[in-house]
Write a protein that binds this ligand. Structure first.
Ligand code: UN1
Length: 539
């Protein structure tokens, strides 16, 4: 069995001295996608067939409002048809030898790898990521596919056999531990049935592929809904559908349904034929779906990831250069539109001035503009809703805190929501330290005692990622022991809280950030998509 290897496209190009080739491939894919892929009409795919809903959704690029495509506005009824199709396909798919399923997803990884620059170009146009973020995300999708395929292989399809030898004495009456005849036991992890997979706009390739592969490779079938309402990423969804189809996923096993959450998402939550839900998105939507499902009297597993309000601590013992580099990237990379983004910094009062002055130097160097161009670090916000959230945060910061950088809309000449990275100083009690904003906005507060920094860091309902910068070992140790978050980083120069790598850092939320306590890209992920059955056969 070959060992797992991350895709690391950019790193590999760079290390072999081929950065120019990397850029040429991305730029030519952008040109090709603009010419050949944008502006088309796309169906819903149910049972391998094209379905048209009679109502449409137009998707525009956040970069400049170019028409990305015309998609179907799926209704509750259409979602029901997709569920029926997935339900019909389940028996055969779940009965397939696990090695056959592994082969399909290894092939899917290879196809993504071949198509990576085209899909990355679509991704940048669709949600406004820079080329580095997009290629990194497609790599993450490939990593998920390979990692999960290897996991199933290593666990031999999650079936193991054991037995209890026959007793030499005869059974007289049954009781716990009674002697008896030989018992052959198969312990099998078995799929639930149909999984509803509901994906976010911010990682529409990797998170969609990760959740879908988790469900499919373990023998479930899927109804997949890409983000289709205010923040739309339906075209990368079509690409995912095509990769799975071309890799050999049979018709009906993976169905692609676009449409509003209030129709398609709700149907997935309350339809009794849906065995489980995998969801990544906002806390409100996630909890709303859970509630609807339980109110409908259904018990289905929810594998959810629901955001964060991720803190970083900058100690008086910090290497401030690492802190500035890591925090600026985690707070402002992809405009802070990551669940893993750093949005709060607790800085020791003695280093605050120096930290802020270094941070401002760094942030001033970030170029804002068309994310398809190599030089721009920050592209547009995803939607008008995001811009509204940004504006109200800036207003609130002006009222109850102090803006130390940014706060303005940037005129790039493009028809999109481009804004400055924004930094405010304020009190931890301020609402801006507590609500997830999902925009490039960092709130800074100072502390005197380390334990106060930890208490403030933990004082939110979320518990996804967290970071610390301190060269003092005992502080880092205390942080690791006391911080209530699933993904934590100390002294990481590349990012204080984002950029978990599949197979290396499991991505898992604590508290309100998730539900199961198990993360993606880890060896416990797949087990969530199956239920255990012990099958005892007495000869
Ligand atoms: C998310 O924003 O929902 O660690 C997930 C990271 C990525 C995953 C982010 N690998 O930043």
């Amino acid at each position: 069995m070959a060992d797992f290897k991350n895709e690391f496209t950019y790193k590999n190009f760079l290390e072999s001295g081929k950065e120019a080739e990397f850029d040429r491939l991305f730029d030519s894919s952008v040109a090709k996608v603009k010419k050949e892929v944008l502006g088309k009409k796309h169906p819903i795919y149910i049972d391998g067939k094209e379905i048209f809903a009679g109502a449409e959704i137009l998707e525009y690029s956040p970069v400049d409002r170019t028409l990305i495509g015309t998609f179907q506005k799926g209704s509750r009824e259409i979602a029901g048809q997709a569920i029926d199709s997935a339900h019909r396909a389940f028996e055969e798919w779940s009965a397939l030898d696990y090695r056959d399923r592994i082969r399909i997803f290894e092939k899917a990884a290879d196809l993504f790898s071949q198509r990576k620059f085209d899909i990355s170009a679509i991704l940048s146009i669709e949600n406004g990521k820079s080329r580095y973020e997009s290629v990194g995300e497609v790599d993450e999708a490939i990593d998920f596919l390979r990692y999960y395929a290897l996991d199933v292989a290593k666990n031999k399809g999650y079936v193991r056999r054991t037995s209890l030898g026959a007793s030499t004495t005869e059974v007289k009456a049954g009781f716990q531990g009674a002697p008896g005849r030989e018992e052959r036991v198969t312990i099998a992890m078995r799929p639930y049935g149909v999984f509803g997979v509901i994906a976010p706009f911010n990682f529409p390739v990797s998170i969609s592929v990760g959740m879908s592969t988790g469900a499919l490779i373990t023998g479930n079938t899927v109804v997949f809904k890409p983000s289709s309402t205010d923040n739309m990423t339906m075209l990368t969804g079509v690409e995912i559908y095509k990769v799975f189809r071309d890799a050999g996923v049979p018709p009906g096993v993976f169905n692609y349904v676009t449409g509003p959450g209030s129709e398609v998402g709700d149907e997935l939550a309350i339809n009794p034929k849906v065995g489980g839900i995998a969801f990544t998105g906002s806390k409100n939507t996630g909890i709303g779906m859970l509630k609807k499902s339980y109110d409908a009297g259904l018990i289905k597993p929810f594998i959810v990831e629901m955001g964060g309000k991720n803190p970083v601590i900058v100690s008086k013992y910090a290497n401030l250069d690492y802190a500035v580099s890591g925090i600026s990237s985690a707070a402002f990379g992809f405009c802070g539109q990551k669940c893993s983004a750093t949005s709060r910094a607790y800085v020791h009062e003695s280093v605050k001035e120096e930290f802020i002055s270094k941070l401002l130097d760094k942030v001033r160097s970030f170029k804002i503009g068309n994310p398809l161009l190599k030089e721009n670090y920050m592209g547009p916000l995803i939607s008008a809703g995001a811009l509204d959230r940004y504006k109200s945060a800036v207003q609130e910061a002006g009222r109850s805190g102090r803006i130390v950088f940014g706060g303005r809309i940037v005129d790039t000449g493009l028809n999109g929501a481009y804004v400055e990275p924004t930094i405010m100083e304020g009190d931890h009690k301020n609402v801006l330290f507590h609500e997830e904003l999902f925009v490039p906005f960092l709130s800074i507060a100072t502390y005197k005692k380390f334990e106060d920094a930890l208490a403030m860091a933990n004082d939110v309902p979320y518990g996804l990622t967290a970071g610390i910068y301190s060269e003092k070992k005992s502080e880092v140790k205390e942080f690791v022991r006391k911080i209530k978050a699933g993904v934590i980083y100390a002294n990481r120069e590349t990012s204080s809280s984002t950029g978990a790598i599949v197979g290396l850092q499991t991505f898992v939320g604590w508290k309100h950030s998730a539900l199961t306590g198990k993360g993606s890209g880890s060896r416990f992920y797949l087990q969530q998509f199956m239920r255990e059955q012990s099958q005892t056969l007495v000869k």
